[in-house]
Design a protein around this ligand. Structure first.
Ligand code: ADP
Length: 557
């Protein structure tokens, strides 16, 4: 099998104008970024949003393991397969961050014969959205520090500035820094730090905004610091929301690209799935929904994180609930949940598969709690044995859930036809009756956290640190106590302990601290340590990368 980039480079792409035609978009509606990438103009967005809405398919997964699940791969492959069976389908995905691309994870453009292209562009600078977000974030830092330097009219306590600078790289050296050294002409000294761009609240804001007005309102609500009297200071207080929105005026427009099989794909926005909600932009999903009869979209990490946040944070802004949820699982990952070491995953192990199935079963039950029809997609790996596939299908059927093998990585759309047919049939036969797991308006932060921990994670209790308790009291004073909660938790376990695989029960989740993200419109609840500036591994992926004399990328996976 060829590598992802070899497959990508051997593919002849259609001009993006041709892909746009499939969505009834003309060259006038597009802002071209070369031959194969385009942004959609606002006038076209307004027109598209008048068109009828198609069906929404949310792709999520079991808790990730180092064995890999292939959520993006299945999302893309399912989109291609739906088109293959004659359903007009559009894909909506997140855009990758350069930091992890240079580090270890690989891109977010799928794999094998299920990829969005041109993958090297999407994984590198794409249409510049990440750079615009970085610049808007750092412009805010510069304007805030300038306010401190120029007399600090708002009375901001420099020790209580919570707004950090960002860069779209994994750079641990920048986690904790001191700025403003060198005497009075060089600013006000204070402790600062860098996060990775995708952890910036501006990324979450951009992804949740429904238009430029909403973007401005959300930017204006971002809390950047507190005064000496502990009152919150917002972007609106600094009067710079207009400038920040201006920097983001193009980044907010959805990017259109294509898959290997020329399915239209919107790849736009990519917030972290721990410190933020982990879904692509509302504008991109909404545009896809009004362009196609079916939209396939993906949420980050497992169904306990990205899936839960899609349903509890994204859905209210999107104004559309999924018609069906696809849960991606691999036999390798389920065996890992059943206790098998990474080095032994290729050997058949029915017992471990049975034990590890508990993780998938919990996610199936959770998605059903939202009243949504569920289909399981087994992302087929070469090492899967017939006995293992048969057993996994039986286990799913015992949970009363439909299951299909997806071989899209190896075979492209052909390998996803069964999954596509089952998805369509299930949507036609079982109506989604979405119910929220809590009352969004009435439940307070503690009630929401408790519901998520007990209903979704399977835990029995929530503990709050002294600091978290104090924060809850302050939030009441500021009127933030009924905002949605965005849980920041390890992706590897349903609990807050990455070592607890499968479906743990009777555990306590500890909330260490809350982080208000008032622009995004939620309160982040931190369990354990959450990394907002990743580091690079000993042998970064960058060591394999190169470019030839013609400018072709080498070694991008
Ligand atoms: P996720 O979205 O869950 O992070 P991706 O779809 O990005 O996962 O896939 C992660 C990596 O695993 C990619 O490099 C992809 O090529 C590889 N991969 C996905 N599915 C398969 C498969 N069925 N067989 C082999 N490799 C796969």
């Amino acid at each position: 099998m060829k590598t992802d980039i070899e497959i990508s480079q051997a593919t002849e792409l259609a001009p993006i104008t041709q892909i746009a035609e499939k969505l009834n978009l003309t060259a006038e509606d597009l802002e071209l970024y070369g031959k194969y990438k385009a942004k959609i103009d606002f006038s076209a967005l307004d027109r598209i949003h008048q068109q009828p809405e198609g069906k929404l398919i949310l792709v999520t997964s079991i808790n990730p393991t180092p064995a890999g699940e292939g959520k993006s791969t299945v999302t893309i492959g399912l989109g291609d397969a739906l088109n293959k069976i004659g359903k007009n389908t559009v894909i909506a995905l997140r855009e990758p961050s350069l930091g992890p691309v240079m580090g270890i994870k690989g891109g977010a453009t799928g794999g094998g014969y299920a990829q969005v292209l041109p993958m090297e562009d999407i994984n590198l600078h794409f249409t510049g959205d990440m750079h615009a977000i970085t610049t808007a974030n750092n412009a805010l830092s510069a304007l805030l520090d300038n306010h401190l330097h120029q007399g600090n009219e708002l009375g901001i306590d420099p020790r209580r500035v919570i707004w950090k600078r960002v860069v779209d790289l994994n750079d641990r050296e920048l986690r904790h820094i001191t700025v403003g050294l060198g005497g009075p002409i060089n600013g006000v000294p204070r402790e600062d730090g860098f996060d990775i761009t995708v952890a910036s609240e501006i990324m979450a804001v951009l992804c949740l905004s429904t238009d430029i007005q909403d973007l401005k309102k959300r930017l204006s609500n971002i809390v950047v610091a507190y005064t000496y009297d502990r009152e919150p200071i917002t972007v609106g207080d600094l009067k710079v929301e207009g400038a920040l929105a201006l920097i983001l005026k193009d980044a907010i427009k959805p990017n259109l690209v294509q898959t290997i099989y020329q399915t239209p794909a919107f790849v736009h926005g990519g917030p972290f799935a721990n410190i933020a909600h982990g879904c692509n932009s509302i504008l991109a999903t909404n545009t896809a929904l009004h362009c196609g009869d079916y939209t396939v979209t993906e949420a980050g990490f497992g169904a306990d994180l990205g899936g839960e946040k899609f349903l509890d944070i994204k859905v209210p802004s999107l104004g559309k609930t999924p018609d069906l949820v696809v849960i991606v699982a691999t036999i390798r990952a389920l065996k890992m949940h059943g206790g098998v070491a990474k080095s032994d995953l290729s050997a058949e192990n029915l017992e471990a598969l049975k034990t590890g199935f508990s993780n998938l079963a919990k996610h199936i039950a959770n998605m059903k709690k939202y009243g949504l029809p569920v289909v399981v997609a087994i992302n087929e790996f070469i090492s899967d044995t017939d006995k293992e596939i048969t057993l996994l299908k039986e286990l799913c059927e015992a949970e009363d859930v439909k299951v299909e093998l997806a071989s899209v990585w190896e075979k492209g759309p052909e390998g996803g036809v069964d999954l596509a047919n089952t998805v369509v049939q299930t949507i036609e036969e079982s109506e989604a009756k979405f119910t929220s797991i809590f009352s969004r308006e009435h439940d307070d932060i503690e009630e929401k956290v408790e519901t998520i921990v007990k209903e979704i994670y399977g835990g029995s209790e929530v503990n709050y640190s002294k600091k978290a308790k104090q924060q809850l009291a302050t939030f009441k004073k500021y009127g933030w106590d009924r905002l949605p909660v965005c849980m920041a938790k390890t992706q590897y376990s349903l609990s807050d302990d990455p070592a607890k695989l499968g479906a743990p029960s009777d555990f306590t989740v500890t909330i260490r601290e809350f982080v208000p993200k008032i622009g995004a419109g939620f309160i982040v609840a931190l369990t354990g340590d959450v990394m907002t500036m990743p580091g690079l591994p000993k042998k970064p992926a960058a060591l394999n990368m190169d470019v030839d004399a013609e400018g072709n990328a080498i070694g991008l996976f």
